[in-house]
Ligand binder design. Structure first.
Ligand SMILES: Cc1cc2nc3c(=O)[nH]c(=O)nc-3n(C[C@H](O)[C@H](O)[C@H](O)COP(=O)(O)OP(=O)(O)OC[C@H]3O[C@@H](n4cnc5c(N)ncnc54)[C@H](O)[C@@H]3O)c2cc1C
Length: 445
């Protein structure tokens, strides 16, 4: 019988534990932190993530979709906040299509609850993975409570220990393992818009709010308690940056100039800004994701990306679905499954890393650009008329299970076509006329 080891009980590791447990394997999960299920919840610090179709599919496979639906807030589109306070709404997809704001902590807790309920799953907390012996498949941990080292030998190992994966570090030292890491010049900081005294939301909760300002941006996602978690994406260095905006006076002045309507909603902004840490953003690409039939990387350990497509977790969850389906197809034979998985899935990891980076530019610079907004309107109209001929890239990534690599290629083709359409004279005036759709149809065909 296979003895499965999972390093990291974050979102992806806990989900993978459930899926492997469902298959009846003996599963051991090792996590360096304390047990989230019993750890105190930090009030007012509900970090949320956007969950979309790929993530939901995996949660359904794990049997936890209904539970998570209870704590998910649908967001049907973007609400852009211009400097003068004007709001522009842009749907994400068709009328009923939405991405969902979910608390990271709550999602992780529910996944751990479910994993821990399987008799064949053992969760080991306070175990920091230090290394892995690739010859023997023995994982080496330090227990943060006893300070002692211990070894656990497993037949198969899933490394879900995130962007700074210790398992991957060991694989980096093995033959023919490609690895690159790149920091973005932007970092981020979490801020909060508190609920109204009656517990209601201060902004429309069913939209993802964006304040696009070229070189930086602020976003806000609703929480169940009436608050919004905001994230400021901002350069780490430079004239206007985390480095220079470093006193309460400067923070208030900067927000008054750049995000005046947001400032009104955050009376304690400057203190929160000064108190909360500044975090960096990093991308990791590597290949292959497996070491023989013994170890495979999943989630951020394999493909850390910038968070601008809201796909990091969704992609990690889809890794688990894809692996599960491949294992099913192979009749639960583990021979070559890890290398087959890596070969199949890695191009999709690469594609979503690139898409996420492109979307960063789109969110910062283009969401306020009239040409971009027009392009979205034309695409939406055409896609409604000819749904089989055109699915907008965002929908392919967010509302479908199309491989990321295919979506990426389709997106490039669509962009080239739309570039030609936007070159039509007076397109901003005539875009709604029939001949524009006819021209687009010709180009697509
Ligand atoms: C600002 C921001 C916003 C984001 N927004 C979204 C979003 O809207 N939608 C989305 O889909 N994704 C989003 N993401 C990405 C998402 O957070 C990650 O892709 C996701 O958390 C990856 O899950 P993971 O389980 O692979 O890694 P992690 O969540 O990093 O979990 C890794 C786990 O491994 C443990 N661990 C680490 N090292 C060791 C070790 N040596 N030994 C034992 N355990 C270890 C950690 O404690 C942790 O529990 C966002 C990311 C950021 C930074």
């Amino acid at each position: 019988m296979e003895k499965i080891g999972i390093v990291g009980a974050g979102l992806v590791g806990s989900l993978q534990a459930i899926l492997m447990a469902k298959k009846g394997y003996e599963v051991h999960v090792f996590e360096r932190r304390e047990d989230l299920r019993t750890a105190p919840v930090i009030e007012g610090r509900s970090i949320n993530l956007a969950l979309s179709d790929r993530g939901w599919k995996a949660l359904q496979l794990a049997g936890i979709k209904e539970e998570i639906e209870k704590i998910a807030i649908p967001m049907y589109g973007r609400c852009m906040h211009a400097l003068d306070g004007t709001l522009t709404y842009q749907p994400y997809g068709k009328e009923d299509q939405a991405i969902y704001s979910v608390s990271r902590g709550e999602l992780n807790r529910q996944l751990l609850n479910l994993a821990g309920a399987f008799p064949n799953v053992q969760l080991h907390f306070h175990k920091k993975c230090d290394d892995l012996n690739l010859e023997t498949n023995a994982l080496i941990f330090t227990d943060s409570q006893t300070k002692k080292q211990e070894e656990h030998t497993l037949s198969r190992i899933f490394a879900t220990d995130g962007a700074y994966s210790a398992v991957r570090v060991r694989m980096q030292k093995s033959m023919m393992f490609d690895y690159s890491q790149k920091y973005l010049e932007h970092g981020y900081k979490e801020l909060v818009i508190n609920a109204n005294p009656d517990g209601s939301h201060k902004l429309e909760k069913n939209y993802l709010h964006i304040w696009p300002r070229g070189k930086f941006m602020l976003i806000a996602l609703a929480n169940l308690d009436g608050s919004f978690t905001c994230t400021l994406f901002f350069p780490m260095h430079g004239e206007e940056s985390f480095e220079t905006i470093d006193t309460t006076e400067k923070v208030t002045a900067f927000f008054r100039k750049t995000f005046p309507d947001a400032l009104e909603l955050m009376p304690d902004l400057a203190e929160v800004y000064m108190r909360n840490p500044t975090s960096t953003l990093m991308m990791v690409r590597c290949h292959p994701w497996n070491y023989k039939d013994q170890v495979v990387l999943l989630g951020d350990a394999a493909h850390a990306m910038v968070p601008f497509y809201g796909q990091g977790m969704n992609c990690g969850f889809e890794d688990c679905t894809v692996f599960y389906e491949m294992l099913e197809k192979a009749g639960d034979s583990w021979e070559n499954i890890m290398s087959d998985f890596s070969g199949f899935r890695q191009p999709d990891g690469e594609a979503i890393i690139d898409l996420a980076l492109d979307n960063y530019i789109e969110m910062r610079e283009k969401t306020g650009d009239p040409d971009f907004l027009l392009q979205k309107k034309i695409e939406a109209k055409f896609s409604k008329l000819y749904p089989n001929l055109w699915t907008p890239l965002y929908s392919q990534v967010t509302f479908s299970n199309t491989r990321y690599s295919e979506a990426y290629a389709n997106g490039k083709r669509q962009d080239a076509i739309m570039k030609k359409i936007l070159e039509i004279e007076n397109i901003h005036e005539c875009w709604d006329e029939d001949f524009v759709m006819e021209e687009l149809l010709k180009l697509v065909k």
